[in-house]
Design a protein around this ligand. Sequence first.
Ligand code: NDP
Length: 284
Amino acid sequence: MNIKNNDFQFAVIGNPVKHSLSPLLHNHCFEENHLKYKFSSILIEDISKLKETILSHNLLGVNITHPFKEVAFEACDKVSKDCTDIGAVNTIIVRNDKLFGYNTDGDGFLNSIRDFNEPHSVLIIGAGGASKAISHALDKANFNVDILNRSKEKLEYFTDKGLECFGPNDFLCKEYDLVINATSAGFEDNELPAPKSVLRKLLKHARYAVDIIYNKKTPFLKLCDEYDIVSKDGKDMLIEQAVLAHLLFIDYSRSESEIRNSMKDALDWFLAFFNIFKPGFMAF
Ligand code: NDP
């Protein structure tokens, strides 16, 4: 592969990748900032060629999406402490043919709940990549985080970090300020992330709930509507992780709030005019 003459300098890499909203968000920011950069998407079949692909396209920066965040971690020459703690990379900056990995998912989530009034105790349902990034950021910010997952196999990472973890049969249904659905239940199906009776008990005591799936009223969010709590989908997280990635792309040459506003405009416009799209967009 020797592709040095493509007309884009940034890209999102994944499989599938065609529904990704990253090009929309980042290109809008580049345009508004009068930067002559273009952001595209690259579908990779053979992930062992990640570094080769990035270098052969002469890219300056990359977003990594499902299912390659863990492999990207291995492919980087250097990674941030957050990446080491999470074991995954979602943003890469290229410097002198070396890949520098970052992860903006966790801090992006944290920024997305700034409008919540200090929830202290949090239950994250799910134990996949998104849950790792979110729990890491919340734990770092001194939230009290517990994890519930339908299977016990993936809980080791979280117990090793000192978090209280539950499988389906040993869940002590405590009271939590914030309940997060970080599973893919409800993404392509109409599943709840946990039994309805358990969710009802949780939501009765919660003040806030987030489903990180976005642009879809999931069964979890519908259930939240039956309770007097503030709930939101994953759109704010999508924007916030992209804002942090964009700051890395442009080396902090523009303010965070300007980028956020640009991206919100682009996404609102897109969702308003293209609402015919159904859930299935990628996180990036
Ligand atoms: P993973 O595949 O890494 O993990 C999926 C998790 O969901 C696992 O814990 C799995 O449990 C659980 N799960 C799947 N189906 C069900 C079900 N029917 N009932 C209960 N639990 C279930 O995915 P990610 O962590 O990468 O992503 C999770 C979701 O978050 C996706 O829908 C993704 O689109 C969304 N996301 C949104 C972002 C945003 O910016 N808004 C960013 C990143 C992700 P088990 O271990 O038992 O298999």
